[in-house]
Design a protein around this ligand. Structure first.
Ligand SMILES: [Zn+2]
Length: 57
């Protein structure tokens, strides 16, 4: 049985939490597939990735 502290579970949870788009305008969280903010309709979204977005270009 995988408990809540299972490393695999934590990885999935982390991916789900971080795999979101944050609106630069109002700060709302949007699903990763969103093309525009669900709150203010802005298209100025950035990915909420803390560790994965290290490469440039
Ligand atoms: Zn917004």
């Amino acid at each position: 049985m995988a408990g809540p502290r299972d490393p695999e579970v934590m990885k999935i949870v982390y991916n789900r939490v971080l795999n979101k788009l944050v609106c630069r305008k109002c700060g709302a969280l949007n699903p990763p597939s969103a093309e525009k903010c669900r709150r203010c309709k802005s298209r100025n979204l950035r990915p909420k990735r803390l560790l994965a977005g290290m490469k440039k270009g």
